[in-house]
Design a protein around this ligand. Structure first.
Ligand SMILES: NC(=O)C1=CN([C@@H]2O[C@H](COP(=O)(O)OP(=O)(O)OC[C@H]3O[C@@H](n4cnc5c(N)ncnc54)[C@H](O)[C@@H]3O)[C@@H](O)[C@H]2O)C=CC1
Ligand SMILES: O=C(CO)COP(=O)(O)O
Length: 339
């Protein structure tokens, strides 16, 4: 699994009052219970059972919904010890307790793991203001962010500023101590979804592996240029870490953005991403389509669309201005692919 941890956004020295007490035990809550949130809860819960400095119990906040059977998702998770909707067939560990009440789920936790689709973090943080311990530490596993014209807002920054606590990020790369590039890591996790959509178009058009490899290569190049445009501090090395090239490859072959983009292309762009998402993902969320639009707006605002032909074309296809096959026309016009 991805494994880059980078400490970031130190708001204040942890008051540590409780932590320093002999016998103090940390308490972890996981905020989010989709497929990745459930994996995170399972892994955390395995570790808390094996570490005497942690309470065994791990609360996992569930955005409540009613299953087709009529049962609440939370009840089903606590009854079966599985997230029957988002991670069926995998036991989470008896010490994972699903909780639909956000305030209750974070109460007393001094370690908060944020792992929801990025589009929901705004509301979640707003409702958590004043509810988390002042000495809590957060970590974000969230790939994705709002890329606004006035500047990108890293999710870790947002969490940190809203809640007044430190927030680290964990995604991708293997060697935590070799990557201290929070902006690069989070932007990679955001922009790889744009490349995955392009890869999905190529799959949907049966264009073959050479073209897909070219998409990945050009996608990585545009990712790097875009990151540096927003943060000059971003390091080239980051793109060779797991959060860079490896995550792009994973997402372009196995991810949801790719999968839905493939269906979009096979349908000639006649069925919307929203419709396909609802039909194909059983409640899971796509993050790439909004990112595509936001990236395009930033580039348009800065007059840089010409320099990012892949990102620009993906947006024009997603928004219906060009047919999916335009990815081919674009490639021929720009003469960038080995055809
Ligand atoms: N699934 C994966 O393989 C990986 C995902 N991630 C990241 O983890 C984060 C979480 O993604 P997943 O666990 O895959 O989610 P998911 O797509 O599997 O599930 C969607 C989740 O959103 C919740 N939700 C729906 N409407 C909501 C609302 N209005 N407010 C709050 N929550 C709502 C659903 O209940 C569900 O828990 C994302 O940022 C993703 O990029 C990171 C690495 C791998
Ligand atoms: O981040 C992911 C793999 O590392 C998941 O990508 P998707 O959101 O496209 O499924």
């Amino acid at each position: 699994m991805g494994d880059t941890a980078t400490t970031h956004h130190t708001k204040s020295a942890n008051n540590g009052a409780n932590d320093n007490q002999i016998g103090f035990k940390s308490r972890v809550s996981v905020i989010g219970s989709g497929s990745w949130g459930s994996v995170a809860a399972k892994l955390v819960a395995f570790n808390t059972l094996n570490l005497s400095s942690f309470h065994d119990e791990v609360k996992m906040w569930v955005f409540e919904e009613t299953l087709q059977s009529g049962e609440k998702l939370t009840d089903a998770i606590n009854r079966t010890n599985e997230n029957v909707k988002y991670l069926p067939g995998i036991k989470l560990g008896k010490n994972v307790i699903a909780d639909p009440d956000l305030d209750n789920a974070v109460e007393d936790a001094n370690m908060l793991v944020f792992v929801t689709p990025h589009q929901f973090i705004d509301n979640i943080c707003k409702s958590l203001v004043g509810k988390v311990r002042s000495d809590a530490e957060a970590i974000s596993l969230i790939k994705g962010m709002e890329v606004k014209i006035e500047g990108p807002c890293l999710i870790s920054t947002y969490i940190s500023e809203q809640l007044g606590i430190n927030c680290s990020v964990l995604m991708g790369a293997n060697l935590a101590n070799e990557v201290q590039d929070v902006e690069g890591v989070e932007l990679c996790g955001t922009l790889k979804n744009v490349v995955a959509i392009a890869a999905g178009f190529v799959d949907g058009l049966d264009m073959g592996n050479n073209t897909k490899a070219a998409i990945i290569r050009f996608g990585l190049r545009e990712m790097r240029e875009f990151c540096k445009l927003l943060f000059s501090s971003v390091k080239d090395d980051t793109f060779f870490e797991s959060c860079g090239v490896a995550d792009v490859i994973t997402t372009c072959f196995g991810g949801r953005n790719r999968k839905v983009a493939e269906a979009f292309a096979r349908n000639g762009g006649k069925r919307s991403f929203d419709e396909l998402e609802a039909e194909m993902l059983q409640g899971q969320k796509l993050q790439g389509v909004t990112t595509v639009r936001e990236v395009y707006e930033v580039l348009r605002h800065r007059g840089l669309l010409e320099l990012f032909p892949l990102f620009a074309t993906v947006h024009e296809i997603c928004s219906g201005c060009l047919p999916p096959s335009a990815i081919v026309i674009y490639s021929e016009k720009k003469n960038i692919f080995p055809v």
